[in-house]
Design a protein around this ligand. Structure first.
Ligand SMILES: Nc1ncnc2c1ncn2[C@@H]1O[C@H](COP(=O)(O)OP(=O)(O)OP(=O)(O)O)[C@@H](O)[C@H]1O
Length: 302
C-alpha cells in the first residue's frame, strides 16, 4: 500500500475475507478511500456484506495489515485504535455486546439511564449534556422499563460520549423516530465539519441523507460495485442537485441487480445446473425472494 496521506481517514484496498464456514472469500474487490471529514453511505441488498465489511474495518476480523488502514493504522492489529475510542463501531452486535459488557453496566437491568451515562469516566461534561439533550433522554427512567427506541437512544448516547475520529454505524437509527433520526444526522454532520470526524454508515433508510452524504459505496455479493465521492457518481450527483430521490436511484440499482441474478439463474437452470446468488456457490439465501432459491425449493412457492 502507498504511504497514506495525513488527510486520509479510511483506506480499504484489495480486502479479502472468508467466514470460517467457507473456503472462498465472501468479501473481495472492495476499495474505499475516505478523507477526514467525509460521510460515506454504505448500501446494498440484504446479505450484500455491509455488516461484514464494517466489522472488518472495525478490527473485529483479521485481514492483512495493508488491506485496511484507519488513520494509517491496521485496526485489527493496532488495538489502541479502538481502545482509545479513535475508531468507534456502533451496530447491531454492539447492541448485544454493550448491553451486557459495555462499561460494566447491563443495559437491560434495573438501573437508571443517568446512572449508566454518568458511570462512563473521562467524558467531557459539555459533550455529555449535549448528547443527553439531543437524544432526549430521561435520566431518571430505568432502562428495563424503556421502549426499544428509548433504550436505543441511551445506547447511542453511551457510544458517542467519547469523541471518535472514525465512526462506523450499522443501522443504528432503525429504532429512532423521524425527528430523533434527523437530529442525530445533524449532530454527525457537525462532528465531521467541526472536528474532521469521518463516518461510514450502513443503512436501508435514506430519509434525510440527500445532501448529507459526501461519499457512497454500493455493495453486491461481497463486492463494491460502485463507490466514490458523490460528485463523481453521476446518478448520485443528480440526487444532490435535487433532480431525483436517492431512494429511487438505489431502488433502480437493486432492481437491476435482482434482474441480473435471476437471468443468471435462469441461464443456469436452462443449462441444467444450480447456482447461488453470487454465481459461485450453491446456497439458499433466506432473505432473498423465493425466485433466488435453488429450483428444487421453488415448488413450495408456485
Ligand atoms: N458469522 C457468519 N458466518 C458465516 N456467514 C456469515 C456470518 N455472518 C454473516 N454471514 C453471511 O455473510 C453474508 C453477508 O452478511 P452481512 O450481515 O454482512 O450482510 P448485510 O449487507 O449487512 O445484510 P443486511 O442488510 O441484511 O444487514 C450473508 O450471506 C450472511 O449469511
Amino acid at each position: 500500500m502507498e504511504v497514506q496521506s495525513i488527510n486520509q481517514a479510511v483506506a480499504i484496498a484489495g480486502v479479502q475475507f472468508a467466514y470460517p464456514s467457507s473456503s472462498t472469500p465472501f468479501i473481495k474487490d472492495c476499495d474505499i478511500d475516505l478523507p477526514r471529514g467525509s460521510r460515506c453511505l454504505l448500501i446494498g441488498a440484504n446479505g450484500a456484506g455491509k455488516t461484514t465489511l464494517l466489522q472488518i474495518v472495525a478490527g473485529k476480523y483479521m485481514v492483512g495489515q495493508d488491506m485496511v488502514r484507519i488513520l494509517g493504522r491496521p485496526p485489527f492489529h493496532d488495538t489502541a485504535l479502538t481502545c482509545s475510542g479513535q475508531l468507534s463501531y456502533l451496530g447491531t452486535s454492539w447492541r448485544k455486546d454493550v448491553a451486557f459488557a459495555g462499561y460494566g453496566v447491563p443495559l437491560q437491568g434495573d438501573i437508571s439511564a443517568g446512572k449508566m451515562i454518568f458511570g462512563v469516566e473521562g467524558v467531557d461534561p459539555v459533550r455529555r449534556a449535549r448528547l443527553i439533550t439531543l437524544l432526549d433522554i430521561d435520566l431518571y427512567q430505568r432502562v428495563n422499563t424503556m421502549s426499544d427506541g428509548q433504550r436505543r437512544r441511551v445506547q447511542i448516547c453511551m457510544g458517542l460520549l467519547k469523541p471518535y475520529d472514525v465512526l462506523l454505524l450499522d443501522e443504528i437509527t432503525v429504532d429512532l423516530d423521524v425527528v430523533g433520526r434527523l437530529q442525530l444526522l445533524d449532530f454527525f454532520r457537525a462532528e465531521c465539519e467541526e472536528r474532521g470526524a469521518t463516518i461510514l454508515y450502513a443503512t436501508h433508510i435514506f430519509d434525510g441523507l440527500e445532501g448529507w452524504i459526501t461519499h457512497l459505496a454500493y455493495m453486491e455479493d461481497g463486492k463494491l460495485v460502485k463507490s466514490g465521492p458523490v460528485t463523481e457518481l453521476a446518478e448520485v450527483a443528480a440526487v444532490q442537485q435535487g433532480q431525483c430521490k436517492l431512494l429511487h436511484v438505489v431502488e433502480r440499482w437493486l432492481e437491476a441487480e435482482c434482474q441480473s441474478r435471476h437471468a443468471r439463474q435462469a441461464a443456469l437452470k436452462a443449462a441444467g445446473g444450480e447456482q447461488g446468488s453470487n454465481g459461485s456457490e450453491t446456497t439458499i439465501k433466506p432473505n432473498r425472494t423465493p425466485v433466488s432459491m435453488p429450483s428444487k425449493h421453488l415448488a413450495f412457492f408456485r
